[in-house]
Design a binder for this molecule. Structure first.
Ligand SMILES: C[S@@+](CC[C@H](N)C(=O)[O-])C[C@H]1O[C@@H](n2cnc3c(N)ncnc32)[C@H](O)[C@@H]1O
Length: 315
């Protein structure tokens, strides 16, 4: 049996086999997407059948480790989202409660196809009749309350939609701050939160919502693919027990250091009001006719700025 509140530097398939059956409350997994991403140890370009067979192996380990009323959240890209959903639902017997879309601006630019600007988040449960779903902990203000002052609306807010928007300040006409959509910024290069040594770092605010909704204080959160360690750090801050695996010795050592610096009860990094807490991209420099120009908020023209900025990004 492995100890809790630990990150183990090892292959998660081996590690999962040593976890007591039916002992974990919540698993959050953000596996490599099999798209050729550069990790330091793991090779992210396998034959599709190998990747799916590997998913079945670690997926079975996750399902075995989950409590009978446990929850599994899976983050996955387009390329294998459909197949992985079927594996977990049809072959491994989980029930999909929500298919959340995490939408972000500044997606990676691609040649001859549309830029990637979203990740899929599947919310699975082992038993659809019994699972943790803490509504009060994840309520957001509703448009009924904010805009219409409708007395029939619950003043404590409503449950978020299943689309999460990143950098809403860049799409001022489309997503107003008073809409009841999840606003969670991506962990960008300039963010204080950014660890800086792992390209796939997930935002603590996003993980916080998952952990608050699907587990209670003192319960166990597991992440088989540690990466930068954000899931475990967020779980520790929120007073959950945690356990995780990471193949890379370097990433594992850095996760360990992050965990040692993290205190139980510390606030999550990032703002829970990102629509208003950060300046719009247009408040920085943009490129117009090939020249970098500084633009003030008052000069913003969304229809001009959004296409002008996108080609410069790609991380
Ligand atoms: C997409 S990243 C996870 C990012 C993480 N969610 C975060 O917020 O930083 C996937 C990670 O899985 C690790 N990995 C790949 N195969 C693994 C395995 N068999 N066992 C454990 N970790 C593995 C990779 O080294 C990589 O760091």
């Amino acid at each position: 049996m492995l100890d809790l509140n630990q990150l183990y530097q090892r292959d998660c398939i081996e590690g999962l086999s040593e976890i007591a059956e039916g002992s974990i409350d919540l698993v959050f997994a953000d596996p490599p997407f099999n798209i050729g991403y550069k990790y330091d140890v793991y090779e992210d370009k396998r034959a599709a059948e190998d990747y799916l067979a590997w998913t079945r192996q670690w997926g079975a380990g996750v399902v075995r480790a989950l409590k009978p009323d446990g929850t599994f959240w899976l983050a996955i890209g387009d390329d294998f989202a459909a197949e992985l959903k079927l594996i977990f639902q049809r072959e491994l017997g989980l029930t999909c409660r929500s298919w959340v879309l995490w939408y972000y601006t500044f997606g990676v630019q691609c040649k001859f196809k549309f830029a990637r600007s979203h990740t899929h988040l599947f919310h699975f449960v082992k038993n659809p009749e019994q699972f943790t779903f803490n509504i009060p902990q994840i309520r957001v203000p509703s448009a009924r309350t904010l805009v219409y002052a409708d007395r029939r609306a619950n003043p404590e807010g409503r449950l978020p939609d299943d689309t999460w928007i990143l950098r809403p300040q860049d799409i001022p006409d489309s997503f107003q701050p008073n809409e009841d959509i999840w606003y969670v910024p991506r962990v960008c290069g300039t963010f204080k939160e950014r660890a800086g040594w792992h390209g796939c770092q997930m935002p603590e605010q996003l993980l916080g919502r998952v952990i608050k909704a699907s587990s209670n204080e003192g319960e166990i959160v597991m992440d088989p693919f540690g990466g930068s360690g954000s899931t475990l750090v967020t779980a520790k801050k929120l007073g959950r027990k945690y356990i995780g695996f990471e193949l890379s010795p370097e990433y594992a050592a850095r996760i360990q250091a992050r965990l040692e610096e993290t205190r139980v009860g510390e606030p999550l990094s990032g703002s829970d009001l990102p629509a208003t807490s950060a300046p719009t991209t247009a408040n920085g420099k943009i490129r117009i006719n090939g020249k970098r120009v500084k633009v003030k908020a008052a000069e913003q023209q969304p229809s001009l700025l959004i296409p002008a900025i996108l080609p410069e990004t790609g991380t």
